[in-house]
Design a protein around this ligand. Structure first.
Ligand code: NAP
Length: 231
């Protein structure tokens, strides 16, 4: 810990609603500490965050370790998305390199409830292959995973994204919906009905922000092809 910066400095690896909630709690509850949230920079206009924000990759575990030392970070909290595996691995390595404590706050996966019609699969490839012919699918995945589904020429995909993608989607037959996930089952039900969705494909990310579509699917009796967490 550098001697020239005795102030407690907490680095939150963020990009999730839970990380934003945590930043708000820490800024309110620990006024003596410096609270920094790190974002990868994938979203053009992220929601406002309490405390300081820094944006963009660090340059691997070594880059993150350098950032920790340069900024006198005394504690790191990994509150990233559970499928964001690289940054979590980098955080563990950077904590080892610098000797600072790392707290891991990964959301619990959603548990299947009575009425849920889930087909659980291990990988996105298995999810793609589990879609029945001629389905109409809400593909609730990040833009980097969409291309994998372009071989399914028989399927109509509805893709929801926060920002307009920089390059057109390669899916042969699709509708792009711009916006954030709905925050209630009622809002998500409207989307599912409006697009005559027959299946949802998503990953078991857990948390509240993306759960409304799962509740909507349960209420409508819609099947969900769910990519499980792997250790
Ligand atoms: P990833 O595969 O684990 O990370 C890829 C690279 O992006 C990392 O090596 C790192 O670059 C940079 N990076 C990731 N998170 C960062 C952060 N919080 N601050 C600074 N750099 C970060 O991650 P991903 O799946 O692309 O997700 C990127 C971000 O979006 C994460 O912060 C995550 O919490 C958020 N997010 C992801 C998803 C999802 O579906 N995966 C969903 C919602 C939100 P360097 O090696 O150069 O440091």
């Amino acid at each position: 810990m550098p001697g020239n910066n005795p102030r407690e400095t907490i680095l939150i690896l963020g990009g999730t609603r839970e990380a934003a909630d945590l930043a708000r709690q820490l800024v309110g509850g620990r006024p003596e500490a410096r609270i920094i949230t790190s974002l990868a920079g994938r979203t053009k206009e992220p929601a406002p965050l309490a405390g300081e924000v820094r944006t963009g990759g660090f340059g691997g575990a070594e880059g993150l370790a350098r950032y920790i030392e340069d900024n006198g970070v005394t504690q790191m909290i990994d509150a990233t998305h559970p499928f964001a595996r690289q940054i979590s691995a980098n955080a563990a390595e950077a904590a080892r390199l610098t000797g600072i404590p790392l707290e891991i706050r990964t959301r619990k996966p959603w548990a299947k409830q009575p009425g849920d019609r889930w087909t659980e699969v291990e990988t996105l490839e298995e999810a793609r292959d589990a879609i029945p012919p001629d389905a109409r699918v809400l593909l609730a995945l990040g833009s980097q995973h969409i291309g994998l589904f372009s071989t399914r020429e028989d399927v109509h995909f509805v893709v929801r994204m926060i920002d307009q993608p920089e390059t057109p989607l390669t899916l042969p037959d699709h509708t792009l919906v711009l916006g954030r996930p709905g925050d209630s089952a009622a809002v998500e039900t409207m989307l599912l009905i409006a697009h005559s969705i027959t299946h949802i494909v998503c990953r078991n990310s857990g948390g509240k922000a993306a759960y409304a579509k799962i509740e909507a699917a349960r209420q409508m009796g819609l099947p969900v092809i769910m990519v499980k967490r792997t250790p």
